[in-house]
Write a protein that binds this ligand. Structure first.
Ligand SMILES: Nc1ncnc2c1ncn2[C@@H]1O[C@H](COP(=O)(O)OP(=O)(O)OP(=O)(O)O)[C@@H](O)[C@H]1O
Ligand SMILES: [Mg+2]
Length: 234
């Protein structure tokens, strides 16, 4: 481990990613004849780095598609570099046919929830469900960013991710609605215990919070919710 850390520490920064809270970089280093790539995530707090490292160890062990944690040194986390396209870009630029990514995303959530169920309907939740926290590659969705993970009702993750899908540019189109519905349907095919009504309740809660945060979307969000009074949203 110490040797690996020394090598990883020697990596040079070749890219810095968009991140609101931390510093996330792609590093390259030489290991014998090979060029290796890894991610360095510099957390703001030691607690944050430890929590994310431990969560990733656990999720790797249960077989969820997440980056392998390669090491931690104080607030610095070294992670497996995953190639792929961020889901924000997949949606914005139509990079992948809808059934491929919606099915893969639903399967990712189902795997997280089913492998971490702890009785009473409580599971481990992704919690930070924005589409910059997911990569798509070769038919598989990978989850990133496990700082905010917590326990609760799986409907919350589904409702929240549907809100992010609807708000992805171009926002609130018929195509976005079809995508959010497809993720929900695909998830329900795998897990019938999460009814549509609960998912829609969480979706409305998240949309209302989004309307507060994103003033430019607040009118669109209000009319979207109003136009569906007494009807299914998804
Ligand atoms: N293992 C990885 N492989 C490839 N890219 C990654 C990996 N981890 C992070 N990234 C890239 O870095 C970005 C930021 O990562 P992450 O969300 O973990 O950081 P963050 O500091 O929590 O960001 P934010 O505060 O904006 O949510 C991701 O959107 C992705 O583009
Ligand atoms: Mg993030």
């Amino acid at each position: 481990m110490e040797n690996n850390l020394k090598l990883m520490r020697s990596g040079r920064v070749i890219k810095t990613y968009y991140s609101k809270r931390n510093t996330v970089q792609l590093l390259q280093y030489r290991h014998g004849p090979e060029e290796k790539f890894i991610i360095l995530k510099k957390h703001r707090t030691l607690q944050g780095a430890e929590a994310e490292y431990n969560t990733l160890v656990h999720l790797n062990r249960v077989g969820l598609a997440v980056p392998a944690p390669l090491g931690r040194e104080g607030k610095n986390l070294y992670l497996q570099y995953l190639k792929g396209e961020l889901l924000v870009d997949v949606l914005e630029n139509n990079l992948v046919p809808r059934p491929a990514w919606t099915r893969a995303l639903a399967l990712w959530y189902y795997t997280l929830h089913s492998k971490t169920a702890s009785g009473g309907g409580t599971v481990m939740l992704k919690a930070d469900n924005n589409l910059r926290n997911f990569l798509f590659r070769d038919g598989v969705v990978y989850g990133l960013d496990f700082e905010e993970i917590g326990g609760g009702d799986p409907a919350r993750d589904l409702g929240q991710v549907c809100a992010y899908i609807l708000a992805n540019r171009p926002a609130f189109t018929a195509a976005r609605l079809a995508e959010a519905s497809a993720v929900t349907r695909q998830y329900q095919l795998l897990n019938l215990e999460v009814p549509l009504e609960r998912i829609e309740k969480e979706l409305i809660l998240e949309l209302r919070q989004m309307a507060q945060r994103r003033k430019e979307l607040s009118e669109t969000i209000k009319s979207f919710i109003d136009s569906r009074q007494n009807k299914h949203l998804l």
